[in-house]
Design a protein around this ligand. Structure first.
Ligand code: 5GP
Ligand code: ZN
Length: 114
C-alpha cells in the first residue's frame, strides 16, 4: 500500500532501525519505546490488522512469531522474559494499520496489561 508507514519502511522510503530483514518478515526498533527493548515484528505483506488474516496467512503468522523467538534468543531474553503483543483496533491501542507484533523486554511486566 503506497501510503502505509510499514510498507514504506519495508521499501526503504522511510528510515527505521532494522534489526532483522527476511523474505517475508522484518523487524525494527520502535521509535517511541515502551520498554528498554521494544521491537516491532512486521510481515512484508500488507494486512491492516489481525482481522484481515485468512487461513492462507497462518504460516506467515507462525513465521512472524518465529522471528520474535529468534531475536529474543539472540538478545538473551529467555531467562528474564519478554512479551509479544498484537493490538487490534484503535480501542486496543492500534495506531498503525499494517499488522505487527510488539516485542517488549527489559523491565518488569504488569498483568493484566493497562
Ligand atoms: P500500534 O500502536 O499500532 O500497536 O503500534 C504502532 C507502533 O509503531 C507504536 O509503538 C509507535 O511508536 C511505532 N511507530 C510509529 N511510527 C513509527 C516510525 O516512523 N518508526 C518506527 N520505528 N516506529 C514507529
Ligand atoms: Zn502496509
Amino acid at each position: 500500500m503506497g501510503d502505509c508507514l510499514f510498507c514504506q519502511i519495508d521499501k526503504g522510503e522511510i528510515p527505521a532501525e532494522k534489526v532483522y530483514d527476511g523474505e517475508e518478515v522484518y523487524a525494527i526498533k520502535d521509535v517511541n519505546p515502551q520498554a528498554p527493548t521494544h521491537l516491532l515484528l512486521i510481515p512484508k505483506k500488507h494486512l491492516s490488522s489481525l482481522m484481515d488474516m485468512e487461513v492462507t496467512d497462518e504460516r506467515l503468522f507462525g513465521a512472524i512469531l518465529n522471528v520474535g523467538k529468534h531475536l529474543a534468543k539472540k538478545m538473551n531474553l529467555e531467562s528474564s522474559g519478554f512479551r509479544i503483543v498484537l493490538n487490534t483496533g484503535s480501542g486496543a491501542g492500534q495506531s498503525v494499520f499494517h499488522v505487527h507484533f510488539h516485542l517488549l523486554a527489559g523491565r518488569p511486566m504488569k498483568w493484566p496489561p493497562g
